[in-house]
Design a protein around this ligand. Structure first.
Ligand SMILES: [Zn+2]
Length: 182
């Protein structure tokens, strides 16, 4: 399952690895992201970039705090609510692509505040409408990729096979060559 909020948070993964290019600094990435999720393009100036990085950091902190728990600190909750409250909207009954009706949200202003609110709303929906216990972070401590565990028994630990095999190799090596006793 694809979540807007997780794709946004995980963009930091690319910024930390070679060639260390932050997707938020790449206009093409932002354009694709906004098209995919039907968001207004927030802009590419330095001030906007700061806002986006702040939002990503806030969500990563909230995702890390929430993982395995049932709540968020009042401080984080207030910071998330501030982003939601900054973007007023109305509601409208409209036809979806499959011909069914859906209840759509119509922003009062399709501006950067709406962009932020949509990302936070996606995170809030994951915690409230989906199965929040399935929100996980890759077990490779150097990875930090967040994902929604859709495995039947909720046993998925890694973001992908690369991280899984890396850790298995490490565990095997530490068993094969236990540290010398002192
Ligand atoms: Zn990983």
């Amino acid at each position: 399952m694809d979540f807007l909020c997780l794709e946004f948070i995980n963009s930091r993964w690319f910024a930390r690895r070679k060639p260390f290019e932050d997707p938020l600094e790449q206009p093409e990435w932002l354009t694709r992201f906004c098209e995919k999720w039907d968001l207004p393009e927030p802009g590419t100036d330095a001030a906007t970039l700061d806002v986006l990085r702040g939002l990503r950091g806030l969500l990563a902190e909230a995702a890390a705090e929430f993982r395995g728990l049932r709540g968020l600190s009042a401080r984080l909750q207030a910071r998330l609510n501030a982003r939601l409250e900054a973007a007023p909207f109305s509601q409208r009954l409209e036809a979806a692509e499959d011909g069914r009706l859906r209840l759509g949200l119509v922003p009062c202003n399709r501006d950067p505040a709406w962009f932020s609110a949509c990302v936070v709303r996606s995170f809030a929906l994951l915690l409230t409408e989906y199965a929040p216990e399935r929100l996980k972070c890759c077990a490779n401590p150097e990875c930090g990729w967040f994902f929604y565990d859709e495995s039947k028994n909720q046993t998925r630990k890694w973001c992908d096979n690369a991280c899984a095999s890396l850790l298995k190799v490490r565990r095997f090596r530490s068993r094969a060559h236990p540290p010398a006793a002192r």
